[in-house]
Design a protein. Structure first.
Length: 618
């Protein structure tokens, strides 16, 4: 009887427990349903949640970005993003524009009085960025050169597949082939865009046509033995634990796809470029495009995040060129040189001096990369006393791929993946020996790796206090490139340069960025030709002919972006000086760096507000 009573009691308890659990589950489902309804069907309660939702949807709309950040790869069997490419139509662009208008309307519905201080900053960033996007679409939708010497699907597609698409198993190898098979569709979409530009009379300058035609012919001439799409695929697949028969089948399938879907795409773009060659723009600045001055002003505001006019930026550049040149002359005198010629000419002689160049041996690139990686390690130790936090993600140096090194910049940085599977990478251009004088290597290390781009970008990704939008939703080179250029000067200030030649390298780099203010506005606002800009940069920086040509041609196809470096650096230095003057002995440079980096990527006018608030609170 006692056992029966005990059993009944336990059964009643279990019934009640199950009833409560049921209530709890149903309540949870109800709450989740209400939350999702609020998030997707009305104004979300939190602006952070709204922006995270919008950003997530945009990420899911970009299979390339999903691959790039890495965190979606475990769900690839469901999402299948690693076998897709983004192929936008004109109709997609119209739909995106309408969505952007609704996005701005939603952002402005949040009353700043009901937001936290961090959320107020978030709202300002999102509104600024969204308004810039609307301006671009409404007024300058086709003001770009989708195929040029440094970017475009003919280059970006290959680099994405060889450097970013993972091949860690058989499925990812087959996904690689499926992605490459979409190259033709992607190029066809680009052709539609080119035809729309043609209706408006927008064509790239003649030299851009020349570069792209040459690149396309080289890509079409590749055989399986030297095609980077095939070479990298073979290298990665050979490391997989699969049978030789499967490997050979994969190689054969990719070879067929390159013939059937890659080369026809390249051929279609080549035919367009050759067919319209005589219509290439005879001028080099965007002033020559429809409504070109307004377009350039829009680009300057977007890239510098300031209201400076082209004329004001030009004058700032001229002033900085003079100041930096005077300091370089001082160092030359201290080094025992007779300063009887322009500083640019003297720097050019240093560039040509065999004492500062690597020997042109078969293993030159490997030697230079090893030296760069050693400089990264030294920089990490030297800068340690000046930062409160270091990135968890490592950084390494690699050579820019040979298929793009002829026209690529001197160096660039690729961020690590969010899941930690891919390190940060500083890519160095080793095409021309004269691009790598030893006295210029440390400053490039400071800029691209430590404490420059790698510190700023990796710390941004690893900052658990930042929302998804603040980590990944907004980019501006005024902040990122401004920080990297500031890092070069910081390195000199704290003794990371090993001698005066290294400091000359830093000053040459800064002179180079000050030059950008002059030549970018010179070409796009003052109607300088490419040759006039090259002559000015050569005379004042002493950079090699190859470097000067590559850089000037980059500014022509990417108007306004080059001005962001120096404008960003000047603002960070201005704010640091303001903090030092106001705080006196209370000023802590480690804390200053934390405040600058902890808010993620922000426009310069917002960074100024952040520093002002820190000064007041301190």
């Amino acid at each position: 009887m006692l056992k029966l009573i005990y059993y009944i009691r336990q059964r009643n308890i279990m019934k009640k427990l199950l009833k409560y659990v049921g209530y709890f589950v149903l309540s949870g489902i109800a709450v989740a349903s209400l939350y999702l309804a609020n998030l997707f069907l009305m104004k979300p309660h939190s602006i952070d949640h709204y922006l995270a939702k919008e950003l997530t949807l945009s990420l899911l709309d970009s299979p390339e970005f999903m691959t790039y950040i890495g965190i979606f790869d475990p769900f690839n069997s469901i999402l299948k993003h690693n076998q897709k490419l983004t192929i936008d139509t004109l109709e997609d662009g119209e739909e995106d524009y309408q969505d952007t208008l609704k996005h701005l309307e939603m952002l402005k519905k949040y009353n700043p009085d009901g937001l936290t201080d961090v959320q107020k900053v978030t709202q300002k960033i999102a509104v600024f960025d969204t308004e810039n996007s609307i301006d671009r679409f409404e007024n300058f939708r086709f003001h770009s050169y989708p195929f040029n010497q440094i970017s475009g699907n003919h280059l970006n597609g290959v680099e994405f597949m060889t450097d970013t698409h993972p091949i860690r198993n058989y499925r990812e190898a087959t996904d690689y082939i499926k992605r490459v098979k979409l190259f033709d569709d992607s190029m066809s979409s680009d052709l539609v865009w080119l035809e729309e530009q043609k209706k408006l009379g927008i064509f790239a300058p003649k030299f851009v046509f020349d570069h792209v035609i040459r690149q396309l012919k080289e890509l079409l001439a590749y055989t399986d033995d030297n095609n980077p799409l095939m070479q990298v695929f073979i290298s990665k697949v050979n490391k997989l634990d699969i049978s030789t028969e499967k490997k050979e089948a994969l190689f054969g399938e990719l070879s067929e796809v390159i013939q059937s879907d890659v080369k026809p795409g390249y051929e279609s773009i080549l035919q367009y470029m050759e067919r319209n060659y005589d219509q290439a723009n005879k001028h080099h600045g965007v002033w020559s495009l429809p409504n070109g001055d307004a377009f350039y002003a829009s680009r300057l505001r977007s890239y510098t995040t300031t209201d400076y006019t082209a004329e004001e930026i030009h004058q700032i550049g001229l002033s900085e060129v003079e100041r930096i040149g005077n300091r370089m002359k001082e160092i030359f005198i201290l080094l025992g040189y007779e300063v009887n010629k322009p500083v640019g000419e003297m720097m050019n002689e240093l560039n040509e001096n065999p004492d500062f160049l690597y020997a042109d041996t078969p293993d030159r690139k490997q030697i230079v990369i090893a030296d760069y990686n050693q400089m990264v390690k030294e920089a990490e130790e030297d800068v340690r006393p000046y930062f409160e936090r270091f990135p968890v993600s490592p950084v390494e140096v690699r050579a820019i791929p040979e298929y793009s090194e002829k026209t690529a910049a001197g160096g660039y940085y690729q961020a690590p993946s969010l899941d930690g599977s891919r390190p940060g990478v500083f890519y160095a251009n080793l095409y021309d020996i004269k691009q790598t004088p030893t006295f210029g290597m440390r400053t490039l290390t400071f800029h691209e790796a430590v404490p420059g781009h790698h510190f700023q970008i990796a710390l941004n990704q690893e900052n658990e206090e930042l929302t998804l939008y603040r980590k990944m939703g907004y980019r501006t080179s005024a902040f990122t490139e401004g920080w990297a250029l500031y890092s070069e000067q910081l390195a000199v200030e704290v003794g990371m340069t090993k001698n005066m030649y290294d400091e000359l390298g830093v000053l040459q780099s800064e002179m180079f960025r000050a030059n950008r203010l002059v030549v970018d506005t010179g070409m796009h606002y003052k109607k300088w030709s490419r040759e006039e800009a090259m002559k000015y940069m050569k005379a004042t920086t002493g950079m090699s002919d190859t470097e000067v040509r590559v850089e000037i041609e980059r500014y022509i196809v990417w108007p306004g972006q080059a001005t962001s470096y120096k404008m960003g650096m000047l603002k960070i230095l201005e704010l640091r000086q303001k903090a030092q003057d106001t705080l006196g002995e209370k000023f802590d440079i480690r804390k200053f760096h934390t405040i600058v980096l902890d808010q993620g990527i922000v426009p310069l006018f917002i960074l100024e507000d952040i520093i002002d608030e820190w000064i007041q609170s301190t």
